[in-house]
Ligand binder design. Structure first.
Ligand SMILES: NC(=O)c1ccc[n+]([C@@H]2O[C@H](COP(=O)([O-])OP(=O)(O)OC[C@H]3O[C@@H](n4cnc5c(N)ncnc54)[C@H](O)[C@@H]3O)[C@@H](O)[C@H]2O)c1
Length: 261
């Protein structure tokens, strides 16, 4: 019986070593979606959670070659973090990396906000990080390895006008990840934040479309331009890799120099 030689050449494993990693991404939007695709491109198995089924469907449609585990959940619901992490662990067969890329903004002066509006933004942007990262951290601490990442923002450092609840939520993330990083470091679990400047995604589209707004924002960036979601993926992949095992509690600005001026 003749045998057909297999001339296919396997792609060399990436130096990042994320092949086979079990990754949960919260947020199928501009940044979460780009990072989910980047993890999958490294050979990771990726679950994505979002409250919006259209965002999940759009991500899957944009990457027909990737078998994402798609999870629909509102992360503001009580117990959602534990529920979602539990579902991801079952679907992926474990969990090595969790990236939180869910957030909303409401650009108005602080004097205009009601308590309910404040509560909602803090619950979406900050409390959901606590819930998801705590559940992921329980799993990772027990297994002695893990990578937790959350999207902060330059607004967590700078006092942008009309960003009161958003800025407070991002400043809260900065401190939350630092305490998690300290508490979980003995167990091989690192916790870091990615803090972008303005990135073109659905979150910023309406704001950037206002007359003169794009030019005004670009003029505040030493690089002279806004960022793209793809510019978040390299830092996310690196901080999720085994190479970043001694980097924890950092807020990595990805902002074209915005926080320098
Ligand atoms: N785009 C930027 O310029 C920028 C800058 C700095 C920081 N960030 C941060 O990056 C993260 C991702 O932002 P993006 O630009 O990709 O936004 P995006 O709007 O494109 O995506 C956010 C996703 O979160 C989902 N979501 C919102 N509320 C949810 C909830 N309660 N439960 C589950 N899913 C929910 C939305 O459906 C959406 O798909 C956010 O934390 C944001 O604050 C973005």
């Amino acid at each position: 019986m003749s045998q057909v030689a297999d001339h296919s050449v396997a792609a060399p494993p990436s130096w990042l070593g994320l092949g086979g990693a079990r990754v949960l991404v919260a947020g199928a939007g501009g940044i979460g979606g780009a990072c989910a695709a980047a993890y999958a491109g490294e050979g990771a198995r990726v679950a994505v959670v979002d409250r919006d089924p259209a965002a999940l469907a759009a991500l899957a449609a944009a990457h027909p070659d990737v078998e994402f585990v798609l999870l629909e959940a509102d992360l503001t619901a009580r117990g959602a973090g534990a529920d979602v992490v539990g579902r991801a662990v079952v679907s992926l067969g474990g969990l090595d990396v969790m990236l939180h890329a869910v957030g909303i903004n409401d650009r108005r002066p602080i004097l205009e906000f009601t308590e309910e509006e404040w509560d909602h933004i803090l619950r979406v942007n900050l409390t959901s990080v606590f819930g998801l990262a705590q559940a992921a951290g329980r799993h990772m601490v027990a297994q002695g390895y893990g990578r937790v990442l959350a999207l902060s923002s330059v607004s967590g450092l700078l006092a942008h006008h009309s960003h009161g609840p958003y800025a407070a939520s991002k400043g809260g993330i900065n401190q939350l990840i630092r305490v998690m990083a300290r508490e979980w470091a003995p167990y091989g679990v690192t916790v870091n934040a990615l803090a972008p400047g303005y990135i073109e995604t659905p979150l910023t589209a309406a704001h950037l479309a206002k007359p003169g707004k794009r030019a005004e924002l670009e003029s505040q960036v030493p690089a002279g331009r806004l960022g793209t979601p793809d510019e978040l993926t390299g830092p996310a992949l690196f901080l999720s890799s085994a190479h970043a095992g001694f980097i924890t509690g950092h807020i990595q600005y990805i902002d074209g120099g915005r926080t320098l001026v």
